[in-house]
Design a protein around this ligand. Structure first.
Ligand code: SAM
Length: 242
């Protein structure tokens, strides 16, 4: 399923004030991604480019745990700057689609948390990011694999086109050497399915489809007695430009 970037932008902008309190798994992914990066490649970079910076969950770990001379952040949503300003004193910001941006100067680390799942195919984005990286530059990202939100898919038949670890690895092969690829699962429990739906809304994830969920969809979902747990299936990747 292709997600319309305009709708995505609106949904994320709306979810921003409540995002940090709800994005528990995304925060854990950001911390683990930086930990895995340091274990694999060290903590020192010259120009870091962060894609899909949002409210800055990952930016906080970049600033806390990595050393760098320059940081450029990017998001579809311009308002991301309001959050980043509180986290990092000096940085450049590029608003717009990460697949089209052209930051000044080469970068030795492109890093991104919980954004790549919005791409229906990874080949064009990866080709673009490879062009922005210097030789042996590092691409570190997290995304979600097939089992993500399986409860929603089972009950509503709505899902992003999540890629399996094998599909992600195959897409990387052309321009990157995979240094680490790790997957895990987290299951969140909610008292009611309405609470679960609110969680999705507050993390901007109700843009699974370009149409709004109808009253009928919500009732159908709430009627499903198994629908109060939500499975996240994160994947972390550290890869080097060939
Ligand atoms: C789930 S949020 C993750 C935010 C942050 N990285 C974190 O660690 O919590 C995804 C973010 O990616 C942004 N985004 C989605 N697709 C994008 C694209 N093609 N280019 C730039 N930003 C994008 C959204 O606006 C949103 O802020």
């Amino acid at each position: 399923m292709q997600v319309n970037p305009k709708i995505l932008k609106q949904k994320f902008e709306k979810s921003m004030p409540k995002y940090n309190d709800n994005a528990l798994v995304q925060r854990e992914m950001a911390e683990q991604l930086v930990r895995l990066l340091i274990k694999t490649c060290g903590a020192t970079f010259s120009h870091i480019l962060e894609l899909g910076s949002g409210t800055g969950l990952l930016t906080e770990f970049i600033v806390r745990d990595l050393q760098f001379d320059r940081l450029t952040c990017n998001d579809l949503v311009e308002k991301s700057r309001v959050y980043l300003d509180k986290i990092v004193p000096v940085y450049d910001f590029i608003a717009g689609n990460s697949c089209k941006i052209k930051p000044a100067g080469a970068t030795d680390l492109i890093i991104s948390n919980a954004m790549f799942q919005w791409f229906s195919s990874l080949s064009a984005p990866l080709e673009h990011y490879s062009r922005l990286l210097e030789k042996n530059g590092i691409l570190a990202f997290s995304t979600f694999s097939k089992n993500n939100f399986k409860e929603i898919r089972n009950s509503l038949g709505v899902s992003l086109n999540y890629l399996s670890v094998e599909e992600i690895s195959a897409a990387l092969e052309k321009d990157f050497k995979i240094l680490e690829i790790v997957e895990f699962e987290r299951i969140l429990e909610f008292n009611t399915s309405l609470e679960l739906l609110a969680h999705l809304k507050n993390t901007g994830v109700n843009s699974l489809d370009s149409k709004k969920m109808t009253f009928h969809d919500i009732r159908e979902f709430c009627d499903n007695s198994n629908a109060s747990s939500l499975t996240y299936a994160p994947v972390l990747v550290i890869a080097m430009k060939k």
